[in-house]
Design a protein around this ligand. Structure first.
Ligand SMILES: Cc1cc2nc3c(=O)[nH]c(=O)nc-3n(C[C@H](O)[C@H](O)[C@H](O)COP(=O)(O)O)c2cc1C
Length: 193
């Protein structure tokens, strides 16, 4: 059974990216046989990465737990807010900590053999697409295969209806197209390995 993780790189209570993440979860659960699990980063609090802290206290238990959650999944969907044209500190810190959890052969527990799809939502006109360039680069360095098709939802404060669904049919269709491609990619890689 294919397992997909979906997470938002924001802790904000009314996060647009969490809303977008949940739209993705709803569609995957309704339209595919894949198991879809939402990861709430608030459940995995981590200190700001500090090599001295790692040396003195080791890798935090929350990091090891999250790495194991990633390891069990076939693919991860990241809904990424854009801060100053880049990745949020929450997401970067999470990826940095996860990159410290390695197998005996040196491979990344969280990222080895993983594929990712990237989404973003922002009240701005570009929808956070500039940040996705950096997230793509960082995940690629973790040897994650990042789906080239991505979705950036602009004017996010107007993009969702009261139930949290994407209001515009065209935006819904774009999301579904990305998710369909991603599920195909994950399934194809699963067959190869
Ligand atoms: C420090 C900071 C920098 C930001 N920089 C950008 C930016 O470069 N581009 C953009 O579209 N929005 C930017 N924003 C606005 C965010 O897109 C907005 O806060 C959004 O709601 C964050 O996503 P969330 O709703 O999922 O938390 C920035 C917000 C903060 C707090």
């Amino acid at each position: 059974m294919t397992e997909i993780l979906v997470l938002a790189g924001s802790l904000r209570r009314d996060s647009y990216n969490r809303r977008l993440a949940r739209c993705a979860i709803d569609w995957i659960r309704t339209h595919t046989p894949a198991t879809c699990r939402e990861v709430d980063l608030a459940q995995y609090p981590m200190p700001l990465y500090d090599a001295d802290l790692e040396t003195s206290r080791g890798i935090p238990e929350t990091v090891v737990q999250l790495a194991e959650v990633f390891a069990r999944a076939d693919g991860v969907i990241f809904a990424c807010p854009e801060y100053n044209a880049s990745i949020t500190p929450l997401l970067k810190n999470t990826i940095d900590w996860l990159s410290r959890v390695k197998r005996d052969d040196g491979s990344f527990v969280a990222f080895a053999g993983k594929s990712a799809a990237l989404l973003s939502a922002s009240p701005g006109g570009l929808g956070g697409m500039r940040g996705l360039v950096h997230v793509t680069q960082i995940l690629s360095a973790m040897q994650v295969l990042v789906l080239p098709q991505q979705l950036a939802v602009a004017r996010a404060h107007e993009a969702f209806d009261a139930d949290g669904h994407l209001a515009e049919p065209v935006t819904r269709e774009r999301l579904h197209a990305v998710l369909e491609k991603f599920l195909k990619l994950v399934t194809a890689i699963d067959h190869l390995s």
